[in-house]
Design a protein around this ligand. Structure first.
Ligand code: ADP
Ligand code: ZN
Length: 780
């Protein structure tokens, strides 16, 4: 990368070494005089290989084309990364065997982005390229076009499944998965969750536990939907200013910094997005909108489809709840140039959209923008980079920006736009802090087992809403009924065999479930650790809250929204619709209901336990908590009515709670940034997290200690390396986990050192090492 080009690096100089051959002049998209194609294989090797371009492909091959090439006796898939006029071996080259799609699968900008990612996240290029193409796109079409419906039969009782668990664990796992989703599911949908072997399906059919039938294909994710066109609002003064700056950035991206739109919930950020996109479209440019998976609700998509009503078909939606067929179709709609707006979750950043006018990242602070498997990229950071590579505007939006972006805006790297008021002129909701240390006190007229979940104040507030016909939301980020089953004698919790966490009891299915690996079992009668018969349930999740609320308010119409209850396709959509239509009084849910939802009649939000995020062993715990609380509070009191929020906590005086109470995000951010600066934590440094995982504890630890020693030699100046230590989740999926944290004010020398040492480091085949650059989850 030259000096003038973008970089997350300190000086913007990094660039993977260029090839040896002479590239076709920059800017030419067709192969013109090119004779040789340099390709990157999709699997197995990170080496680039040269192939000849046969006559019939002359002029048709482009950068980013996906091709078949001969390799030894096979043919494999590869991507063209360079077109060359010469190659030292030109005469001996084998020709490319075929072109897989007439249009390239990667734009030039995306190829550049891929190179950058490989270099920055220390992942081979072929893995980066592979992760940019959805599985449904890489596969042969036939393999996903056929889909079938799998259903449990009446013979598949809990006892039957239990019996299978030892003899045929794969079969049992499949039945469990079906059970979890209410007894039936599309094969394609299940396949996304777990590997499914045809032999396993057949065996279950033979046992009479499973039934398979053909499934009608539903390819347009919104095929049965109709949207009324919506009109643009007349903007508020603040919105107009934000839009003006955004339009300037669209019109002259090279002169503009990324924009950070910080607007309180309900301040009309989305309206600014819509009008900015409208401007881009009118200029013949396209728009990419990233939304966290969790807020990619039908309601969000509706708003876009309704506004761009005449061109609904040109809006492509990409997220993980699509079937493979839908995803295939939506993706090719983009690749074939039939989409002008793409809305999607994290990986939609790689949509092959050209002529980009603007990239929008909504809720830019959301941790879900970080991919937690290699390449461990951050879609928000990459959005900024893609925007610079492809010369388009980048707009990051949030009510509670990440401290990284907040800092960038503060020091002028980003242009800072503010929406300080709600569009309806309402004040922010009143936030009341409830000290749950007092919850067990007597004389409240509530059962103690209820009062520890729902304080008397909150109960009274809900009752008042029910009386007035207003709606309430109760929020708790934990699924299940009881969160622990402890032994009264030896005090050990019943843990998952494979993970070092207590199992959660789910009452509806009467199983203990591991929330890390999904393992399930019947609750034991005696303590697995000491053999005594004194097991006691404790803790509460959404399932238990629902039961309590139904008992306290027998007449209320209640729905629970979490991944246990929302398994059926469209179930979430239907429930939210019912709630909007006021067919429900009260919603109980996990973070599924915290984001991006807009219900005018909700005047009360209760956060049942604000401490779950606060207690995480992560330096971002306070940031997360404040973001979550302000986000959740934003659900209360839209429309005509003043909202009220109850936050239940055992730490009422912690700064995170106190700043949230006053909805003072800037106050929090300013104070928190001071602390981060003092400790040289991000955004004042970059971090790299190295983890070692293996089935043997001492081997995992030893491997990391050895690596630690190697890294110490020649550790660049200014890099600080911690000691290897057990991860806070010591064991998961049967693997023991150790970690090592490094940080450095400048990332470049650290990356170079790491890649050098890792290349020479043998390690142990049983121990899996992984590297996370700019990690955002240190507590896993
Ligand atoms: P945010 O994305 O910041 O949470 P929204 O864009 O969802 O806010 O806007 C909140 C509500 O205000 C929405 O119902 C939206 O339709 C409405 N709205 C947005 N802009 C205006 C405006 N200029 N005048 C009136 N209502 C508006
Ligand atoms: Zn487990």
């Amino acid at each position: 990368m030259t000096e003038s080009q973008p970089s997350l690096f300190d000086d913007g100089k990094d660039r993977p070494a260029a090839g040896h051959a002479v590239p076709v002049s920059a800017g030419s998209r067709d192969s013109g005089a090119a004779l040789v194609a340099r390709v990157q294989l999709e699997e197995g090797s990170s080496m680039e290989l040269d192939y000849g371009i046969p006559d019939e492909l002359q002029g048709r091959l482009q950068l980013g084309s996906r091709v078949r090439v001969p390799l030894q006796s096979r043919q494999v898939s590869a991507v063209v990364v360079e077109l060359l006029r010469h190659s030292p071996h030109a005469a001996k080259l084998k020709p490319i065997a075929g072109l897989q799609s007439s249009r390239p699968m990667f734009t030039r900008g995306l190829l550049e982005l891929a190179q950058w990612m490989a270099h920055y996240y220390l992942v081979p290029l072929h893995r980066v390229l592979r992760s940019m193409l959805p599985q449904a796109v890489r596969q042969k079409p036939e393999s996903f076009l056929k889909d079938s419906l799998l259903e449990l039969t009446a013979a598949a009782t809990a006892e039957q499944i239990e019996l299978l668990e030892k003899r045929a664990p794969q079969q049992a796992a499949l039945l469990h998965a079906l059970q979890r989703v209410g007894g039936s599911a599309a094969l394609s949908a299940l396949r996304r969750e777990m590997g499914i072997d045809v032999a396993v399906l057949k065996a279950l059919e033979r046992r009479g536990l499973l039934q398979r039938s053909a499934l009608r294909l539903e390819r347009d994710p919104f095929g049965d939907e109709h949207f009324l066109p919506s009109q643009a609002f007349e903007l508020t003064v603040e919105q107009a200013a934000a839009l003006k700056a955004t339009i300037q950035a669209i019109d002259a991206p090279q002169e503009h910094r990324p924009l950070l739109l910080q607007g309180v919930t309900g301040s009309g950020k989305t309206e600014v997005y819509l009008q900015a996109i409208d401007h881009a479209l009118k200029r013949g440019l396209n728009a990419l909108v990233l939304v966290p998976e969790i807020s990619l609700t039908p309601q969000t998509i509706e708003r876009f489809k309704a506004r761009f009503h005449e061109m609904q078909q040109q809006v492509a939606v990409l997220h993980s709840h699509l079937s493979d067929g839908e995803r295939h179709d939506e993706w090719f709609k983009v690749q074939e140039g039939r989409a002008r707006i793409v809305i999607g979750a994290r990986s939609a950043l790689f949509a092959p959209l050209d002529k980009l006018g603007i990239i929008i990242v909504d809720e830019e602070h959301e941790p879900s923008y970080k991919q937690e498997e290699a390449p461990r990229y951050h879609a928000r950071d990459l959005a900024v980079l893609r925007g610079r590579l492809e010369q388009c505007a980048v707009l990051l939006g949030s009510a509670t920006p990440s401290l990284e972006s907040f800092h960038n805006a503060q020091c002028g790297k980003y242009e800072w736009l503010h929406l300080s008021r709600r569009t309806d002129g309402r004040s922010m909701p009143l936030i009341r802090i409830i000290d749950m240390r007092l919850a067990r006190r007597k004389g409240t007229g509530m059962k103690v087992e209820h009062a520890i979940m729902i304080s008397e104040h909150l109960r009274n507030a809900v009752a008042a809403r029910l009386e007035k016909g207003e709606q309430s939301i109760l929020f708790l980020n934990r699924r299940g009924f009881h969160t622990t089953l402890d032994c009264g004698d030896c005090a050990q919790p019943v843990q998952c065999h494979d993970c070092a966490i207590p199992m959660t009891w789910h009452k509806a299915v009467n199983h203990l479930v591991c929330h890390i690996c999904g393992a399930r079992r019947l609750p034991p009668k005696i303590c697995p650790a000491c053999g005594q018969q004194n097991l006691k349930y404790g803790g509460f999740g959404t399932e238990r809250v629902e039961a309590a609320v139904r008992e306290i308010f027998p007449k209320a119409r209640i729905a629970r929204v979490d991944t246990d209850t929302m398994q059926r396709k469209n179930q979430l959509r239907d429930t939210l619709r019912d709630f909007r239509a006021q067919k429900l009084d009260l919603l109980i849910g996990t973070q599924m209901i915290a984001k991006g939802l807009d219900f005018p009649n909700v005047t009360l939000v209760g956060v049942l336990n604000a401490d779950t995020a606060l207690n995480l062993p992560d330096f971002r715990a306070a940031e997360r908590t404040v973001q979550l609380l302000i986000q959740v509070a934003g659900r209360a009191g839209r429309g005509e009515m003043q909202g009220e929020v109850f936050v239940q906590t055992h730490a009422p005086h912690s700064p995170a709670i106190q700043f949230s109470r006053h909805s003072d995000y800037n106050g929090f951010a300013t104070q928190e940034l001071e602390a981060r600066r003092a400790f040289e934590y991000p955004p004042f440094s970059h971090m790299v997290l190295i983890s070692a995982r293996g089935p043997q504890q001492n081997l995992a630890e030893f491997t990391l200690q050895t690596l630690h020693k190697r890294l110490q030699e020649g550790l660049p100046q200014g890099c600080v390396m911690g000691e290897p230590c057990p991860s806070s989740l010591v064991k998961a999926h049967g693997q023991f986990r150790y970690q090592l944290l490094l940080r450095s004010a400048s990332i470049r020398p650290l990356l170079r050192h790491l890649s050098e040492v890792m290349r020479r480091f043998g390690g142990d085949p049983q121990v899996q090492l992984s590297l996370d650059v700019d990690p955002i989850n240190l507590s896993a």
